[in-house]
Design a protein around this ligand. Structure first.
Ligand code: HEC
Ligand code: HEC
Length: 508
């Protein structure tokens, strides 16, 4: 384990220590969750929250309509990804492999699948396990390595729009422009904002929560939602980030048995859980997983892996002392998570807690420079107590059951059409119009049950993903001929054969 040496960190530790001494917080009542900080530039409003919720769950924010923020951040999975992908590191099947989150397939700048050297035509996988947004609500920096810091700039102008406290805003735009998570190669903000202006919000999702259904009303439209949230209808990357960050700041899992226990409810936790809670304090787990957040948002290398597999914090600070350090994950809702640690290498909570007693499972752990094993001399009974505490006492039932504010729509990729046959081709594809502007329209395939969206290509380039049956192509090239292809897709992304339309002699 290595401690930070920079000045702010030292000050923070000194302040924490002074607080610990003055309030004896290890035995006395711990305060409830502190108010969530927000930057002055982005105050929390209900209009922004609901827009943020819609954006967070809309798979149309990805280039191929398959991945929403929420795909990798599911409440019932403790805010992380219930699916599993494998990132092979430098070579597959070895110790440096990571269980990460599957994102989109690699798409070239035309939006067509492009073979990826590692993942082929399959979904790409993130090089770390996903994190719940919760831990970063009070943190100065987001991500395992803190790479999303508090200053937030407008990606269009470079202008600073949030001076400090904007890590969540920063983070949101990172995911939207990451070509493994949500974006085709080189996606421009203009492409994303123009798409949002055109699509039906959550047009590919189903089972909308009540608050979303009410906000969408009879004529769902992003421009209107942006106008409600920001005063005018402009859709910009900064506003997208502001809305998503606002939504995240309202997701507070503060109704756990532990919270009720702290508030004086002596029945909230079982006897075993109480013993586990005591053990967490005796073993100083709470020094890093510090209540009430169950993280101190500091960076440590607990000796999981060699730092050359993942330099962690060092990649941001450049300081060799930070090698392999990652931000302490909050343990709230940890009992819901399917995998643990930034590497996702443990699939049970027992294995994750067990790591702290069996630091020598991997021989290479001994090679961690300046670190070594972070091991606790913990008996079986104590370990079981801690596990019971983590499994039950830190779980907010609203998160587990995905109840408000943790409710969500169902995503297209979660719907499995009973018949796996691909849709048949769309019918009657035709074009009208003049100049460079063509209006395309078509009819749904005769068996359109299950069609979720259409992929429209012009000369081999994806120009739109649509949930409606018409499209205004304002950029039709004036050349001698132009060919459109249109495919229908179901929830499981099965594609119909293409309907084709070739127009010769330029648009007429
Ligand atoms: C393909 C899966 C995937 C998608 C899509 C995705 N994320 Fe993440 N998210 C991750 C992973 C993996 C991490 C951790 C990455 C790291 O720290 O290196 C993460 C980290 C985060 C964090 C940081 C939490 C913390 O404590 O620092 C937040 C907040 C977050 N994501 C929100 C979002 C939002 C908002 C979107 C949509 C705009 C989004 N994510 C889309 C996988 C995903
Ligand atoms: C020195 C700080 C520190 C101490 C002390 C500490 N942890 Fe951790 N803990 C971390 C860090 C950092 C991680 C993430 C490590 C990684 O992914 O590389 C972590 C991860 C975890 C996880 C996995 C969480 C997840 O969502 O992946 C669990 C469970 C956990 N710790 C439990 C404990 C218990 C129980 C104790 C006491 C026996 C303890 N920790 C003591 C820093 C600490």
């Amino acid at each position: 384990m290595q401690r930070k040496t920079n000045r702010t960190q030292r000050l923070r530790h000194a302040a924490a220590l002074a607080m610990a001494i003055s309030s004896c917080w290890l035995t006395a009542t711990v305060a409830e969750l502190p108010p969530v900080p927000f930057p002055d530039e982005n105050p929390i409003t209900e209009e922004k929250r609901i827009l943020g919720k819609i954006l967070f769950w809309d798979e149309q924010l990805s280039s191929d309509n398959t991945v929403a923020c929420g795909t990798c951040h599911m409440p019932a999975a403790g805010g992380v990804d219930p699916r599993m992908g494998r990132h092979p590191g430098t070579d597959p099947g070895t110790i440096d492999d990571v269980r990460g989150s599957p994102g989109i397939v690699s798409l070239d700048s035309h939006g067509r699948p492009a073979e990826h050297p590692v993942f082929g035509f399959g979904p790409q996988v993130t090089p770390r396990l996903s994190l719940s947004n919760f831990g970063s609500l009070w943190a100065a920096e987001a991500f395992w390595d803190g790479s999303a810091a508090g200053e937030f700039r407008d990606p269009l102008t470079g202008r600073i729009v949030i001076a400090a406290g904007g890590a969540l805003e920063n983070q949101a735009l990172t995911a939207l422009s990451n070509d493994a998570e949500m974006a085709k190669h080189g996606r421009t903000w203009q492409e994303l904002t123009a798409k949002l202006a055109r699509v039906t919000p959550l047009g590919v999702a189903s089972d909308l929560p009540d608050d979303i259904a009410a906000a969408l009303g009879d004529s769902p439209d992003y421009s209107k939602l942006f106008a409600d949230a920001f005063g005018d209808a402009a859709i910009t990357p900064v506003r997208i980030a502001f809305a998503i960050a606002t939504y995240e700041r309202t997701l507070l899992p503060d109704q756990t048995p532990w919270d009720r226990h702290q508030a004086g409810d002596s029945d909230a936790m079982s006897e075993v859980e109480l013993l586990g809670w005591q053990a967490m304090q005796d073993f100083q787990c709470v020094k890093c997983h510090e209540p009430p957040l169950f993280t101190n948002n500091d960076y440590f290398n607990i000796g999981l892996r060699r730092a050359d597999y993942d330099p962690g914090r060092q990649a941001i600070t450049g300081d060799p002392e930070d090698a392999g350090e990652v931000r302490v994950p909050s343990l709230r809702n940890v009992g819901l998570r399917p995998r643990f640690m930034h590497t996702g290498e443990f699939q049970t909570l027992g294995a994750a807690v067990g790591f702290y007693r069996t630091g020598a499972v991997l021989a290479e752990r001994d090679l961690i420079p300046g670190g070594g094993n972070y091991a606790f001399n913990m008996g079986n009974v104590t370990e079981a107590d801690i596990r019971a505490f983590l499994q039950n006492s830190l779980t907010d039932p609203r998160v587990r059951d995905e109840r408000f504010p943790f409710d969500r729509p169902m995503l297209r990729t979660e719907r499995n059409p009973a018949d796996a046959l691909p849709p048949i081709a769309p019918l009657n594809l035709e074009a009208t119009g003049e100049g460079n502007s063509l209006r395309l329209s078509w009819d749904a395939p005769a068996d359109n049950i299950g069609v979720v969206d259409y992929v429209l290509e012009r000369d081999g380039r994806v120009i739109a993903l649509l949930t409606t049956t018409s499209f205004e192509d304002a950029d039709a090239p004036p050349g001698p001929s132009v060919t459109y292809t249109l495919r229908a897709r179901d929830a499981a992304l099965n594609e119909s054969p293409p309907a084709r339309l070739t127009i010769t002699g330029g648009p007429q």
